[in-house]
Design a protein around this ligand. Structure first.
Ligand code: PLP
Length: 415
């Protein structure tokens, strides 16, 4: 993909984008790889791989504390990456962007730091039934500790949040609503603007789990008005092991540290310790420097694309998938959300999802099978799991065709 220049409008061409991703140029099980597991993790363009390699081969050093050239370069790149990420989500300040190991750690940080110091006995945290376990279990753990309650927001069979039920649940004991922007299991695009407005009107804070959203649309945390926003680099073409937590400054400022150690302190003595300012207060120990640099390279890559055209392309892939799916006997899509991102979750009568996944893999088609870390959602539909095909910017209509050719073959073999 050619980078956007000042005078040239960015262009979008999935085939051209595909060429930027070396891993996609291989065969798996003797077939060209058709990678449809993007909701689990996205692949990395060459520029991200290079950014990480270059950092280790030229600049590797610890950050913030060294008095030498490499330490200076590493610190510049690391803090520059923070600014890139902050601009990407339109944060008023770079200091509001805290590095984490990913979405999971971001939610745990808020649960343990904010939750432990703010939840009182009888308080409630609301999460929709369709949440990923990462946005259920931390709240369960902290709620149990604080004698608070984690309350599920019901969903409709379409896979949409039941907004009337949500309204009924919003009372003065609700302190926080935590929800994903996009369900990793169904692709539901949740009405987060509505949820944020209603939750705020009831006096509750809102955390958005954006793990599945940031790769699909531009984000503006100020326009959204949420209180916390968490995401992972690896789902947006960056490396694993790094993510970001964004929070409203006054809330982050008032929160106690999550982990203790080096970097997060102001002064330490055995009489007591004072803490560093934002964001360092929440970044104990040596951070994932190469990860942050790779993350920023991924964001720069994304910024060079025509995002609207990319979103349209993913939408077209899903629409074609839905049309093709209607032709497969016994295939049932799970959920029919009003608005869906490029995720297609389905079952086929009489065929175990894991068996289907294995036969697709033999034909070079990589999908995910199972409960997708959303067991309460699976329980809602009375199923153990689904087969999930999830699209990204480098998938093509040929990939959709390959998926259905592989499904047809697998069904013949299994029936
Ligand atoms: N939330 C959602 C919606 C997800 O899809 C995922 C990963 O699949 C997570 C949270 C957890 O992300 P990570 O494993 O990168 O921490």
């Amino acid at each position: 993909m050619k980078p956007a220049t000042a005078n040239k409008a960015p262009v979008f061409d999935a085939a051209e984008i595909r060429a930027d991703f070396p891993i996609l140029q291989q065969q798996v099980n003797g077939q060209p790889l058709v990678y449809l597991d993007n909701a689990a993790t996205t692949q990395k363009p060459q520029c991200v791989i290079d950014a990480i390699g270059n950092y280790y081969s030229r600049d590797n050093s610890n950050v913030h504390r060294g008095a030498h050239a490499l330490a200076d370069r590493a610190t510049q790149a690391f803090e520059g990456a923070r600014r890139t990420l902050a601009d990407f989500i339109n944060s008023p300040k770079a200091e509001q962007l805290v590095w984490t190991s990913g979405t999971t750690e971001g939610i745990n940080l808020v649960a343990y730091s904010w939750g432990r110091s703010n939840l009182q006995a009888g308080d409630k945290v609301l999460v929709p039934t369709l949440e990923h376990h990462a946005d259920i279990v931390p709240w369960q753990l902290v709620a149990a500790e604080r004698n608070a309650q984690l309350v599920p927001i019901p969903i409709l069979d379409s896979g949409d949040i039941d907004l009337d039920a949500f309204d009924q649940l919003l009372d003065e004991r609700v302190r926080l609503v935590a929800l994903n922007h996009v369900s990793n299991a169904l692709g539901t695009v949740n009405p987060i603007e509505t949820v944020i407005k209603r939750a705020h009107a009831a006096g509750a804070l809102v955390l958005i789990d954006a793990a599945q959203a940031v790769a699909h649309w531009p984000v503006d945390v100020q326009a959204l008005g949420c209180d916390f926003y968490v995401f992972s680099a690896h789902k947006v073409f960056g490396p694993t092991g790094i993510g970001a937590l964004w929070g409203r400054e006054e809330i982050l400022d008032a929160m106690p540290p999550f982990l203790g150690g080096g970097e997060m302190i102001d002064r330490v003595s055995f009489d007591g310790t004072t803490f560093n300012t934002l964001p360092f207060k929440f970044e104990a120990g040596t951070p994932h420097i190469a990860g942050a640099i790779g993350f920023a390279a991924a964001i720069n890559y994304l910024n060079g694309l025509d995002r609207a055209a990319a979103a349209e392309h993913e939408h077209a892939l899903l629409q074609t998938t839905l049309q093709r799916a209607a032709e497969v006997p016994g295939l049932r899509r799970i959920g029919q959300p009003q608005q869906a991102a490029g995720i297609f979750s389905f079952v086929i009568d009489g065929i175990h999802a894991a068996d289907l996944g294995m036969l697709l893999d033999q034909q070079g088609v990589a999908v995910r099978t199972g409960h997708h870390c959303a067991q309460p959602l699976m329980a809602h539909y009375g199923i153990e799991g689904t087969v999930r095909a999830s699209y990204s910017i480098y998938n093509t209509m040929e990939d959709v065709e390959s998926l259905f050719t592989a499904i047809d073959k697998a069904v013949q073999l299994l029936s």
